[in-house]
Design a binder for this molecule. Structure first.
Ligand code: BAL
Ligand code: ZN
Length: 880
């Protein structure tokens, strides 16, 4: 397979000013007519080179250049292209192709999800629809006519505004849509189906009325309100926070069941995985409600960061994704609790993105090369990319950042640009130099930042010395120093913040400040420090690095109590938990009896006792670091020791704090009983504490707890409480209660695929022995199918990523199972196959026996026949 390099980028030879498409949709095939109004790109040089259009799996029926029908000798069709010779600098090309959406299981291009037609074109799916210059720097005005049988497909949608429609004699009808904004083909969308819609409107800041519509299958019409509310909040927020107004007269969201990603920001016609739209109390958890709000916002924000200003090429993907994830995180922080949001994001980043950065697929935020771009919709491009944007904001300040984003939109509206253009706007608006900072875009790997301190009582000076390094990653053995913004403060012995004054400064500058660490080794000295302080470092996780400071457990407990930064109070608790758990992992490995350090128990007790604390943060504090995170921070991960140590700690915490858990549980459960479901932060917080308390309480096995759990399962009016009760029962030894709950849940929700996904996931995550056999059995369930990505993720993905003791069974059966599924999915849906592979690629983390078994499965996949470029790239890089 061909490797594509950023350094080889060239401007397109030709441009497409107008794109006129007509789709004739039928059950056994579809016809696509494309009229492209084209011209030579003046920036590409002189002469008329051959025109090479992208195209894949297309059956060409006819081709005409300026109305002249072309014959076989006039063009050349290859597996992924069509080449012809234009005879003038401007011309019109007409083509007709036949495609087969009805048998498209890759869910890329035009395909059928259930009974509806829909599209997914990012990154390179449009070439499966028609011959085109399928690259983001070719932007065109689109007009699209969709024709289909009227009874089965009453709704016909595309981008922009509807401008004409009509009926034909044979029971078919058609609608024409016109998008006034130039766009790359990856933002094209089409939907045809029997859909209902929820309608609302939004008045923009300049007073324009925008119609808002969410289209769903009729049975889901009662699950759209939360997404609609989220959309209106997003539209308002983007006006307030970034001065960005919506630009079309209509904004549509369509929910589809079979979708590879979460959602897609097609201009004016967002297409969503139904899991990212549908939410109501009875069927969706609090987490699902928050996910819907975040994804609706994310896709809406793309209208400016992605659509109005798009990417020049796919190496720049983080230009739109990193920035948009940063924007949706700001939005979610504003709508809910900022500290909880930050804790969740950082936990996710440190567990999963840090693992990616340390694995065989490690790449920089702006990758240098790829085989298959679909493999680069990664945690690094998205989440680390968002952290990089956050660091720019931290360095420039909120006002400076806003000046930079205003300049970026003003300069580049309607253009396809690069990460360099984004950073340049930030620099120019602020008179800043971000040259060294840009290494965050080009160097892969997670930097380590080790910090040491020195206090001089006589001189009243306190120094912090930072040493940064970054481990080698594929293709990058040596790294240069990053610019690492370290937000920090100092605490005195009473836990008060000390005013911060660096040597050479005339006066102190607040109690939290940002140190820009930009050398391999660098010392900052504070003056006027009259007692040995305790540093609070990397407040709010101001940079995506692994920070090392030799805190004692007592110091961590002190920070948990006193740090003014809420994120760092949580972080101190996490570090304390990690130290305690790592001790216990060592004890298990040495064959010693496990000992739980009671300081952790006492630290958690004080959290639970203090009813003035934010309950969501107490719930976060009580959540021990996950097995996946403990794996990530291990040199060699001992799966069994990690599991045993963590379970032992949970059991010890449960026994020691039973009464407190029970009290808080009962109080919150009582409020839940009496309060109708509300999807708001304080209600999320109450249920979060209630549910984590229940999960600890059930470890006691006491009959009153089991009864309360069953009661919560049966009586709750919302999925958050019901699903937690189910999960807790599933992981317990109470087989009769468990089986009854699983059966009644499945019976009740059998017609709701999204709820059945949760039923599969809960069972996939059951860490008791026999996990693999249970998953294999569940694959036979009538509600399961490999053709639906949500099902694959819910059952197989959840098993391999979350049920680590079962997946990593010492005999390798878990690996064999995963490889078998990848081999099947490679043919059905390469994108999903390649994603599913990730847990096999991390073989270097494990003991020699498991390494051998995992590698053998990767080799088996490689030898299994014709591999998609998606799977080939991940497998071959993992074995390199
Ligand atoms: N652009 C692909 C889906 C998303 O990131 O919004
Ligand atoms: Zn996005």
């Amino acid at each position: 397979p061909k490797v594509i390099h950023l350094k080889d980028y060239q401007v397109p030879d030709y441009l497409i000013d107008e794109t006129h498409l007509t789709f004739e949709l039928y059950e056994d095939r579809s016809l696509v007519h494309a009229q492209l109004v084209m011209r030579r790109n003046p920036e590409a040089g002189a002469g008329l080179p051959p025109l090479q259009l992208h195209g894949q799996d297309l059956e060409l029926i006819s081709l005409a250049l300026n109305d002249r029908q072309l014959g076989l000798g006039d063009y050349e069709v290859a597996e992924e292209s069509l080449t012809l010779q234009p005879d003038a600098a401007s011309f019109t090309l007409d083509s007709t192709v036949v495609i087969h959406p009805e048998s498209n299981t890759a869910l890329e291009g035009l395909y059928k999800s259930g009974s509806m037609f829909c599209t997914q074109c990012e990154a390179e799916g449009f070439r499966k629809i028609t011959y085109y210059l399928d690259r983001p720097d070719v932007m065109s005005k689109f007009t699209t006519t969709v024709s289909a049988e009227k009874h089965a497909y009453p709704i016909l949608l595309s981008n922009g505004n509807p401008i004409a429609s009509g009926e034909e004699d044979d029971g078919r009808h058609w609608t024409t849509w016109e998008d006034p904004f130039k766009k790359p083909a990856y933002l094209f969308a089409l939907v045809a189906g029997d859909l209902w819609c929820v309608e609302d409107s939004f008045t923009t800041m300049s007073g324009r009325d925008v119609a808002l519509r969410i289209y769903v299958e009729p049975e889901n019409i009662d699950k759209c309100q939360h997404a609609m509310d989220s959309l209106k909040k997003s539209m308002k927020w983007d006006e307030d926070a970034y001065g960005r107004e919506y630009d079309l007269d209509i904004f549509m969201i369509v929910a589809v069941n079979d979708f590879n990603m979460g959602a897609m920001e097609n201009k004016g016609l967002n297409i969503f995985n139904s899991s990212a739209v549908l939410a109501r109390a009875e069927t969706a958890t609090d987490a699902a409600h928050q996910r819907v709000e975040a994804i609706v916002a994310h896709e809406y924000f793309h209208n400016w960061t992605g659509n109005r200003v798009t990417c020049r090429d796919w190496f720049q993907l983080s230009l739109k994704e990193g920035f948009t994830v940063f924007r949706d995180a700001q939005f979610s922080a504003d709508m809910n609790s900022p500290t909880v949001k930050r804790v969740e994001d950082v936990s996710y980043l440190r567990t999963h993105q840090f693992a990616e950065d340390a694995g065989p697929m490690a790449h920089s935020v702006r990758p240098e090369s790829f085989i298959e771009i679909s493999n680069f919709y990664t945690l690094t491009v998205y989440e680390k990319g968002a952290e990089v944007v956050r660091m720019i904001q931290t360095l420039l300040g909120e006002e400076g950042f806003r000046k930079g984003s205003d300049l970026y939109f003003e300069r580049h509206d309607g253009q396809a640009v690069t990460v360099d253009d984004f950073v340049k706007a930030m620099e120019d608006a602020n008179g800043a130099d971000l040259t060294q900072f840009k290494r965050w875009y080009s160097q892969a790997g997670t930097p380590r930042l080790s910090v040491s301190e020195q206090y001089d009582a006589a001189a009243k000076t306190y120094s912090l010395t930072f040493r940064q390094s970054c481990p080698p990653t594929p293709g990058q053995s040596e790294k240069l120093a990053f610019v690492i913004p370290v937000s920090m403060g100092l605490l005195d012995g009473q836990g008060n913040e000390i005013a911060l004054r660096l040597q050479g400064e005339d006066a102190s500058v607040g109690t939290t400040r940002v140190l820009a660490v930009d050398q391999p080794e660098q010392t900052f000295t504070f003056v006027g420090v009259s007692e040995q302080p305790l540093p609070s470092l990397l407040r709010g996780f101001s940079a995506p690095v692994k920070l090392e400071f030799p805190y004692s457990r007592d110091q961590l407990m002190f920070l948990m109590q006193h740090d003014s930064d809420g994120f760092n109070r949580w972080e101190a608790g996490q570090q304390l938990s990690v130290q305690v758990l790592q001790d216990m992992i060592g004890q298990h490995q040495r064959g010693e009896a496990l000992q739980l350090d009671q300081r952790l128990v006492e630290a958690l007790r004080s959290q639970l006792e203090d009813e003035s604390l934010d309950q969501a943060m107490v719930a976060e504090m009580l959540s021990l670091p996950s097995e996946a995170y403990l794996t990530e921070i291990s040199e060699v991960a001992d799966v069994d020791a990690i599991h045993q140590a963590r379970e032992f700690a949970r059991q010890g915490i449960s026994s020691a704090l039973f009464d407190l858990f029970w009290k808080r549980y009962q109080a919150n459960r009582e409020i839940s009983r009496q309060t109708p479901y509300v999807a708001q932060a304080e209600h999320f917080a109450r249920r979060a504490l209630q549910n984590i308390a229940l999960s600890y309480l059930m470890l006691s096995g006491k009959p009153e707890v089991v009864a309360a759990c069953v009661d919560q399962f049966e009586e709750a009016d919302n999925m958050t409480e019901r699903l937690t009760a189910l999960a807790v029962l599933v992981n317990s030894g109470f087989e009769a209660e468990r089986d009854k709950a699983l059966a009644s849940f499945a019976e009740h929700f059998k017609d709701n695929p999204l709820v059945m996904d949760q039923w599969f996931s809960v069972q996939a995550g059951n860490t008791q022995p026999g996990g693999l056999e249970r998953v294999q059995q569940l694959m036979q369930h009538p509600a399961f199918t490999l053709k639906n990505p949500n099902k694959v993720r819910a059952l197989i993905g959840a098993f391999a990523n979350q049920n680590l003791v079962n997946y990593h069974r010492a005999d390798g059966a878990g690996y064999r199972f995963l490889a078998d599924q990848v081999i099947v999915l490679n043919k059905l849906n390469p994108q999903i196959a390649s994603r599913l592979l990730a847990p096999l690629t991390r073989w270097r983390k494990y003991d020699a026996g498991r390494q051998g078994l995992m590698k053998a499965e990767l080799e088996r996949i490689l030898a299994s026949g014709e591999l998609s470029s998606d799977v080939y790239e991940v497998v071959s890089k993992s074995l390199a």
